[in-house]
Ligand binder design. Structure first.
Ligand SMILES: Nc1ncnc2c1ncn2[C@@H]1O[C@H](COP(=O)(O)OP(=O)(O)OP(=O)(O)O)[C@@H](O)[C@H]1O
Length: 372
C-alpha cells in the first residue's frame, strides 16, 4: 500500500509585511509522490508560502510539519539544511566552475563509487549520459535545467519545492521537460509543492491544485474538479476564457436570453452570474428567423448576430451579440468565419453552466416589477 500520510503539512500559516497579510491562514498537505501546485496571479503570496516552508523566511503564525515533526512554529525553528528539502527555482544557477557531474553530486554525503553511481543514474534519468565532464556553459538552457533538477533530487529530498522552474525555458522545450520532470519526481517519490501562475502548467503537472488569491487558498481540488466545478466566477475565469450572463433571481429563476435557469435556494433579487465556456456554445443556422427547438440539455436557443470572427489555429472564435446586448463567444473547430451581421442560433450546454451569486440586493433596490 502506498504511504498516504502527509509528508508536508502546513497549518494556518500567516505572514505579514508592513501590516499587510500576504499569507492569510494557509493550510495544505502533500503526500509522498504527490504533486500539489500553488497556483495564482502574481503577488498572491505563493513564493512567500514556499519560502516559509523552505525555512528562508519566518511566519507570523501557524506551523510547518515534515513527516509529522514540527519544523517551524512559534518559538521553534529547524534550519533549512536540516529539513530534507530540495529546492528548484526559475533562476537555478548551476555552479559555473564545476563540471555537470560535480554539480549533481554537490549535496551528496556519499563518496567514491556510491556517489558516482547516484550521479550516473541521475544523468541517465535526465537523458544526459555522457555529459558529466562538461562545464555548465557548454549546455543549452533545457539541458542546464535538467542538470539543476538532477542536482536537487540527488540527495533524495523528502520534499521538493519548485518555484516557476520552467518559466525560463522556451515554449518548444517546456512541455517535454515538464513531462520528463514529472516522471522523475514520481519515480523518486518526493512530495512536491510547485508554484506557478500558469493554469496550463498546473493542469499538466498537479495531482492537486491549490488556487490562491490575495494570500488565501480559495479552492483545493484535482485539476479535473477545479476546472469543472470552480468555486466562483474568478476561479472559472482563471482557467479559461468564459462567457458571463448577468441575471437577477425572481421566484427561484434567473431569466437570460437563453431561457430561465433554476437557482434553487437563492433569494429573490440576488444578482447572479451565469458562466460558461466558449467551447460549450453550439451554433445552428437561422431558418427564416427561427432556430432549433429547445431541449433539456441545451435549454432555449438564443439568436445571435456575428460581431467578429477570427481563426485561432486549431479553432475559430466567433463573437456574437445576443438579445439585451450581451456578448457571447463560441469556439468552432477548424475554419468557420461568418461575416459580421450574420444571424445564427446559439445553444449552451446547461450541464456546463455555473451559476454564482453576486451578493444579495436589498428589497428596496429591486425594480418595481420584481418587488411586487
Ligand atoms: N520581503 C518582503 N517585504 C515586503 N513585501 C514583500 C516581501 N516579500 C514579498 N512581499 C510582498 O508580498 C506579496 C506576495 O509576494 P509573493 O512573492 O509571495 O507573491 P507570488 O504570488 O509568489 O508572486 P509572483 O508570482 O509574482 O512571484 C507581494 O505583494 C510582495 O510585494
Amino acid at each position: 500500500m502506498p504511504d498516504t500520510s502527509p509528508r508536508l503539512e502546513v497549518r494556518n500559516l500567516v505572514r505579514r509585511f508592513e501590516g499587510t497579510c500576504v499569507v492569510d491562514d494557509i493550510s495544505l498537505s502533500v503526500a509522498p509522490g504527490q504533486v500539489t501546485c500553488l497556483l495564482g496571479p502574481s503577488g498572491c503570496g505563493k513564493s512567500t508560502t514556499l519560502r516559509i516552508i523552505a525555512g528562508v523566511d519566518c511566519q507570523d503564525a501557524g506551523e510547518v510539519l515534515i513527516d509529522g515533526h514540527v519544523v517551524a512554529a512559534p518559538g521553534h525553528f529547524v534550519p533549512p539544511e536540516a529539513r530534507g528539502i530540495g529546492l528548484m527555482f526559475q533562476d537555478f544557477a548551476l555552479f559555473p566552475h564545476m563540471s555537470v557531474a560535480d554539480n549533481i553530486g554537490f549535496g551528496l554525503k556519499a563518496t567514491g563509487s556510491e556517489r558516482t553511481a547516484r550521479v550516473d543514474k541521475l544523468l541517465e534519468r535526465v537523458n544526459l549520459s555522457g555529459f558529466g565532464n562538461k562545464a555548465p556553459h557548454m549546455l543549452s538552457g533545457g539541458e542546464q535545467q535538467r542538470v539543476a533538477l538532477a542536482r536537487a533530487l540527488a540527495p533524495r529530498p523528502r520534499i521538493m519545492l519548485m518555484d516557476e522552474p520552467f518559466s525560463g525555458l522556451d515554449n518548444r522545450l517546456r512541455d517535454g521537460i515538464r513531462d520528463a520532470t514529472l516522471e522523475l519526481l514520481k519515480e523518486e517519490g518526493s512530495a512536491v509543492l510547485l508554484v506557478t501562475h500558469e493554469p496550463d502548467e498546473a493542469m499538466r503537472m498537479a495531482d492537486e491544485i491549490a488556487l490562491m488569491r490575495k494570500g488565501k487558498i480559495v479552492q483545493r481540488a484535482a485539476p479535473y474538479n477545479i476546472y469543472n466545478q470552480p468555486a466562483d466566477r474568478r476561479a472559472a475565469e482563471f482557467f479559461s476564457d468564459v462567457n458571463v450572463l448577468e441575471g437577477q433571481v425572481q421566484a427561484g429563476l434567473a431569466h437570460t436570453p437563453f431561457g430561465e435557469f433554476l437557482v434553487p435556494g437563492v433569494g429573490d433579487g440576488t444578482n447572479v452570474d451565469i458562466v460558461f465556456r466558449p467551447q460549450h456554445v453550439s451554433l445552428d443556422f437561422d431558418r427564416n428567423g427561427r432556430g432549433p427547438a429547445p431541449t433539456p440539455q441545451h435549454g432555449t436557443p438564443a439568436r445571435g448576430i456575428v460581431h467578429r470572427a477570427r481563426f485561432m489555429g486549431r479553432e475559430s472564435l466567433v463573437e456574437f451579440t445576443v438579445a439585451g446586448g450581451a456578448m457571447v463567444k463560441a469556439t468552432v473547430p477548424a475554419v468557420f468565419l461568418p461575416k459580421p451581421g450574420t444571424a445564427l442560433w446559439l445553444s449552451i450546454r446547461r450541464d456546463r453552466c455555473f451559476v454564482f451569486s453576486r451578493g444579495q440586493v436589498a428589497p428596496q433596490d429591486l425594480p418595481e416589477r420584481a418587488a411586487s
